[in-house]
Design a protein around this ligand. Structure first.
Ligand SMILES: Cc1cc2nc3c(=O)[nH]c(=O)nc-3n(C[C@H](O)[C@H](O)[C@H](O)COP(=O)(O)OP(=O)(O)OC[C@H]3O[C@@H](n4cnc5c(N)ncnc54)[C@H](O)[C@@H]3O)c2cc1C
Length: 572
């Protein structure tokens, strides 16, 4: 059974769980009515099924390579990219002024997730371009917009994001790349960047690098960083790719997975670039791109989980092994433990996808209304969507291998590829540890207002069905109270390291409870009877209880961690 994009699941979420109708009801997004949305999702799903999913193995088996300084991409990738670009799937959310569709970010996020399920390594390319488009729309001069936006939006050119350096990973402020003003208003950008996704390709007319570097008067740390657009080919007077810039791919990384995506070491030697945004304001500009990408990477996790799940389900329906307790049953899907794995995979995909979509809806509502509550909700949900979405991707794809038994370990089935490909999503775009620290520090700087607003919403919903759906509503209400206490504990900690010591389990607990809420809403929409209600029951009974353990862990502070010294951990 080939991959089928989960279009109906998105439509169900939009209609019944994340209130997408509120987005369509705004003036800004009035065109995104239900019929339009459904048609777009169906069309995107078809492209993913027919174009992207069939080339996924190519990327794994025939990785991108560097030949005489030129990146050669995996078989079929160039044609698939062309189909993505021609379909307008790079630019669903981009401004119509430059040829984009101006659709809500929720649609873009759903389409991106489907594309990630089809072929994660190729999808990373347009994801980077989308972030670049957004950063330029918000921060670039009119001249830069006129030169670059249309070509990025049509996919004629691609965009990359250059932050990481050998000594500047999570700590971007430690970077040493430099930019010196030229006489003509441009800058000479020099330095080495590592791990640059899609640093080059053989299917777009130009590759535009957004590069973080420090001006001569830039102070040390993040405050002294500026952002530059540095194209592979310098656009000529007419805006066409002109002379080659002084930059290039030094080498490609040999990776655990995601082989179809060339991950490059980039060298910039006085390469010609142009400032984006104000001098020394690079981190603010880059954050526009990173926030977009963070949610996008969360969606990559969910997408990979979907691909892994569909493959595991198909195998479980075909593989016969042992006697099962189900009369007439004969394949491994009828073994309790296999059923447990598949139900867990499906329930977690639903929870993570709902969080991802709720975050996207909050982004759209913030854009359309300008209301600070929506913006705060979007900001609060972004690290959760990123970290939980990618953790679910890793767990579900691992379970996908397990469902296959020995065949899961054999590369031929493709089950292992999902697991290897998705592993990096918990690392790039800010590790999940960094996401969690953001959640308990910056995202609780409002004294917990955004968090409590969410908890109130969950409790209101649970209250309404406390009698009619007691088996679901009661445990969810209790879990929300436990989470409220943990949130209060976090807010009360003046020493940030005490928060950080429990940030990962706190984020996990928050995601677990949010997942319970969205499952409850799905069950309510179904009137408590049907497959979604059964899945909600499974989630709330079996997966939600994890919140209690992780939230205890979250509230321990840092002292006991540091009581275990480096020597205790085995240092000489
Ligand atoms: C396949 C791939 C593609 C990538 N694509 C890009 C790209 O396109 N552009 C780009 O710029 N970068 C890219 N990256 C880089 C990626 O974003 C970094 O690898 C990531 O940010 C982590 O940095 P690091 O590898 O230096 O790890 P480190 O920062 O050294 O982190 C190591 C460990 O320490 C933890 N840690 C670090 N600092 C702290 C802290 N303050 N508090 C608590 N824990 C901490 C981390 O969570 C991690 O567990 C890519 C990486 C890979 C592997």
């Amino acid at each position: 059974m080939p991959f089928r994009a989960p279009v109906t699941d998105f439509q169900f979420l939009f209609d019944h769980v994340v209130d997408f109708a509120n987005v369509s009801a705004t003036e800004r997004f009035a065109d995104a009515d239900r019929d339009t949305t459904e048609a777009i999702l169906l069309e995107a799903g078809k492209m993913v099924d027919e174009v992207m999913a069939p080339i996924n193995r190519n990327g794994d088996l025939t990785p991108a390579v560097l030949e005489n300084g030129v990146v050669r991409t995996s078989p079929g990738f160039a044609d698939a990219y062309k189909a993505i670009a021609e379909g307008g799937w790079i630019s669903t959310g981009a401004s119509p002024e430059y040829g984009g569709m101006g659709l809500p970010h929720t649609i873009t996020t759903a389409v991106n997730e489907m594309m990630a399920a089809g072929c994660l390594s190729l999808q990373l390319n347009p994801l980077m371009t989308q972030g670049q488009i957004e950063a330029l729309e918000h921060h670039a001069s009119e001249q830069i917009k006129a030169t670059y936006l249309e070509k990025l939006i049509t996919g004629e050119w691609a965009g990359t994001m250059n932050l990481t350096e050998p000594a500047a990973g999570s700590d971007v402020g430690a970077l040493s790349s430099k930019a010196v003003p030229n006489d003509d208003g441009s800058y000479a950008v020099s330095g080495q960047k590592i791990f640059i996704s899609w640093g080059d390709n053989d299917f777009t007319g130009n590759v535009c690098h957004l590069v973080l570097a420090r001006l001569p008067d830039g102070v040390p740390g993040t405050k002294g960083i500026s952002l530059f657009i540095v194209p592979k080919y310098i656009p000529d007077e007419a805006g066409n790719p002109g002379v080659a810039n002084t930059l290039g791919v030094v080498s490609l990384e040999h990776k655990m997975g995601l082989h179809g995506s060339p991950t490059a070491v980039m060298q910039f030697d006085n390469a010609k670039g142009w400032l984006v945004g104000d001098a020394h304001d690079g981190m603010k500009c880059m954050f526009t791109m990173m926030n977009n990408a963070r949610l996008g990477v969360g969606g990559q996790g969910v997408g990979a989980a979907e691909g892994a799940y569909q493959m595991a389900l198909e195998y479980a329906l075909e593989r016969k092994q042992g006697r099962t307790p189900v009369e007439g049953g004969g394949t491994i899907i009828d073994h309790a433990d296999v059923r447990r794995m598949l139900a867990g995979m499906k329930a977690d995909i639903f929870a993570a996808r709902a969080i991802e979509m709720a975050c996207a809806v909050a982004i759209d509502m913030g854009t359309a209304t300008g209301e600070k509550e929506w913006k705060a909700r979007a900001a609060f949900l972004t690290p959760i969507a990123k970290a939980f979405g990618t953790d679910v991707g890793i767990k579900v794809s691992e379970d996908g291998v397990q469902v296959h038994g020995g065949m899961g370990f054999i590369e031929e089935t493709g089950a292992a590829q999902f697991s290897r490909d998705v592993r990096v999503t918990a690392i790039y775009e800010g590790t999940n540890g960094i996401q969690s620290m953001d959640l308990v520090a910056r995202k609780l700087m409002d004294g917990g207002d955004a968090a409590y607003a969410l908890l109130d919403e969950i409790e209101d919903c649970a209250e309404k069905v406390r009698e009619s759906m007691a088996d679901l509503a009661e445990p969810l209400w209790q879990a929300t109270e436990t989470l409220r206490e943990a949130t209060e504990w976090m807010v009360a900690q003046g020493n940030m390291n005490d928060r950080f010591a429990g940030s990962v389990p706190f984020l996990r607990g928050f995601a677990r409870v949010l997942g319970g809420y969205y499952h409850l809403r799905a069950a309510i929409a179904e009137g408590g009877e049907g497959p979604r209600s059964k899945l909600a029951k499974f989630y709330i009974r079996r997966l939600l209880p994890e919140h209690a353990g992780v939230l205890v862990h979250a509230m321990q502070g840092a002292e006991d961690l540091y009581a275990i010294t480096a020597e205790d951990l085995g240092a000489a």
